[in-house]
Design a protein around this ligand. Structure first.
Ligand code: OOG
Ligand code: MG
Length: 262
């Protein structure tokens, strides 16, 4: 871990200020090329602590870059994880102020809510399905704090994986009897289809994303508590949005999620 605690704290404040002042910054690895994975997650943890000190509640966890479409789009190859907040939650059908965001993009995702704790190493799809209370259709609004949405893995991990807003919609359904691999997803912007996918795009099965999260947390002596909301990662490429856009995503069996950008 080449960065000292002071630098980690400094970079956490730098990125958190960028979010709050809606200003893009250079990716941090430009100035700290030697930082490692541990540093990146330590900066993310420090951002979390800063927010919690301010009274923000952590609403759940997220996985990112879990589909090939997303990995190809961002030029990276490994899934990453971060957290979502209470202020990031937008009601289904609600409006999202673009003035509060730098360059938002939307992603269609399957959300899980756990009924039991999950821990790694060795967590697998079976364990996840046995510990899932229900799944929900979701749209994540990501907003990298980095200029032109360009980053490497360490920079984006430190930036809490571009986490910004999310909308949960449709209908909660138990996983029993639901084939999550063959679940079709259609994203429309202003009534035109802009992306389609099957949920298998996420690591073959979205529950695999939750298993990977448990295993990644396990490496750091943590687990996924019961009752955790988890966004499993975009099934398609993220789609850039601007004020005036209406987004509607239809999920087979689960219903739809919509929002407008103002
Ligand atoms: C990183 C976050 C990716 C997802 O669902 O893949 C993510 C980014 O692309 O900015 O949330
Ligand atoms: Mg996402």
């Amino acid at each position: 871990m080449p960065l000292n605690t002071q630098t980690i704290e400094h970079l956490a404040r730098h990125l958190e200020n960028a979010e709050r002042s809606v200003t893009a910054v250079h990716k941090i690895t430009d100035d700290y090329p030697d930082m490692d994975w541990q540093d990146a997650y330590a900066i993310q943890d420090a951002i979390r602590a800063i927010k919690e000190q301010r009274g923000v509640r952590i609403a759940g966890l997220k996985m990112g870059l879990t589909s090939h479409a997303k990995m190809r789009q961002m030029g990276v190859v490994d899934p990453i994880h971060g957290f979502i907040t209470d202020y990031g939650s937008v009601p289904d059908g609600g409006s999202i102020e673009t003035a509060g965001l730098i360059h938002p993009k939307v992603e269609a995702e399957i959300a899980f809510v756990t009924s039991k704790p999950l821990s790694g190493p060795g967590c697998h799809v079976g364990a996840v399905l046995a510990a899932t209370a229900f799944v929900l259709p979701a749209v994540e609004v990501i907003d990298s704090r980095y200029e032109n949405f360009r980053f490497d893995l360490k920079s984006v991990i430190a930036d809490n994986t571009s986490s910004a807003r999310y909308v949960l919609g449709g209908q909660p359904l138990p996983v029993q009897g639901l084939d999550l691999r063959h679940l079709g997803v259609v994203m429309e912007r202003n009534g035109r289809v802009v992306a389609t996918a099957s949920a298998a795009a996420v690591l073959g099965h979205p529950a695999q994303s939750v298993a990977m999260l448990a295993n990644l947390l396990g490496e750091r002596g943590r687990e996924i508590p019961a009752g955790t909301l988890i966004l499993t990662g975009g099934v398609t490429e993220a789609v850039a949005v601007e004020a005036g856009d209406n987004i509607n995503v239809r999920f087979q069996h689960l219903g739809s999620v919509s929002m407008r950008f103002v």
